[in-house]
Design a binder for this molecule. Structure first.
Ligand SMILES: [Zn+2]
Length: 350
């Protein structure tokens, strides 16, 4: 069998400017080519992560995202263009379409799905590392539970306004998210990109930092990771780094207590107000599949309805209902979960 990663092979040649960086080297590059990464959320952070890691030659990228594209995403979500928005594509699909043109030699798997406790173990199958590209703490605590339980490194990242933060978590070695913040912030207690806005440069910085941490770990250089909680403020032009080296993990219910309430489903809801979208997502544990053709026919009498391979969308008065094959729906035009449930019940049925 031919060694596909021999020095003069095209597989290694295209990464020459990368592996010439001495701390990485050819051996590090070979490890990257054999690595598998789960990118959770392919919006702003996830776009930059997927772009960077596809170009870097991570052997397999699995992308999971629950959302579809809108024009106001293009300001910061660098994988997408106006054609994707016009086509009403889910982000995961548009991401895969773009990534296969960037690097056809790696494997790219796209899942249009809401990552939750019922499907996370399937998504983790065969994965070496998780990257946080989400916009909510509920999913991050789920990621943290799963990462600690299954001993997988993950890299937290979050951005708002001109500020962003990141933390590299290697279970058993570094403090976890719950060591740092014992619980999720109460709903409605934090600003969102809806209320506070977001500048795209902070996303590029945080996601690029996350990718370099991933490259260190996957290439076998965990000794080089950041052991600080790093907080950037681009408007103030400051970087704060909080050393966590001496943090006591003994009090952490996740690290020490081995309790995983988000992974067990004890914590976490099935409805969510979507950041910056004036919309509510509703999903259902039984996950009955929906025929998009039937759904289109059902919604036709009520308003303007469009359908593609991935979703049906109906504009009914001031609301927009988008239904996916797993029964999940995004109800636009409201931030009230109760109103969204009522609209779902009225037009879609549950
Ligand atoms: Zn912990």
């Amino acid at each position: 069998m031919v060694d596909k990663t021999s020095d003069d092979s095209p597989e290694l040649a295209r990464y020459a400017r990368q592996w010439r960086y001495a701390p990485l080297g050819k051996e590090g590059q070979r490890k990257l080519l054999a690595s598998r990464v789960l990118i959770v959320g392919c919006g702003a952070l996830g776009s930059v992560q997927a772009n960077t890691l596809a170009r870097a030659g991570i052997g397999k990228l699995r992308i999971v995202d629950r959302d579809f594209l809108e024009l106001n995403n293009l300001q910061r979500q660098v994988l997408y263009d106006e054609d994707d928005v016009a086509a009403g594509l889910p982000k995961a699909i548009a991401a895969r379409n773009r990534l296969v043109k960037i690097n056809s030699e790696i494997e790219i798997e796209a899942h249009v799905a809401d990552l939750d406790h019922t499907n996370i173990e399937t998504m983790l199958d065969g994965v070496d590392l998780l990257l946080d590209g989400t916009d909510n703490f509920e999913t991050r605590y789920l990621l943290n539970d799963a990462a600690v339980k299954f001993n997988l490194p993950w890299i937290y990242g979050g951005c708002l306004g001109a500020e962003g933060q990141t933390l590299t978590i290697i279970p058993g070695d570094t403090p976890c998210l719950r060591c740092l913040m014992p619980d999720t912030p109460p709903p409605g207690s934090s600003p969102t990109c809806d209320t506070a806005g977001i500048l795209s440069p902070i996303i590029n910085i945080v996601a690029s930092w996350q990718c370099c941490e991933a490259i260190k770990i996957l290439s076998g250089h965990s000794e080089a990771i950041s052991r600080t909680w790093t907080i950037f403020d681009l408007w103030d032009a400051t970087i704060r780094q909080i050393n966590l080296g001496k943090m006591d993990r003994a009090a952490c219910p996740t690290c020490s207590g081995r309790e995983y309430p988000w992974l067990s489903g004890e914590r976490g809801s099935h409805s969510a107000v979507l950041c910056g979208r004036n919309a509510v997502q509703l999903s259902f544990p039984d996950r009955q599949s929906v025929s998009l053709e039937q759904m289109e026919a059902k919604l036709q009498p009520f308003g303007t309805v469009t359908r593609n391979r991935y979703l049906v969308r109906a504009t009914i008065g001031e609301h927009q209902l988008t239904v996916f094959p797993d029964g999940r729906a995004v109800i636009g035009g409201t931030e009230e979960i109760a109103e969204a449930k009522s609209l779902y019940a009225r037009y879609i049925g549950n």
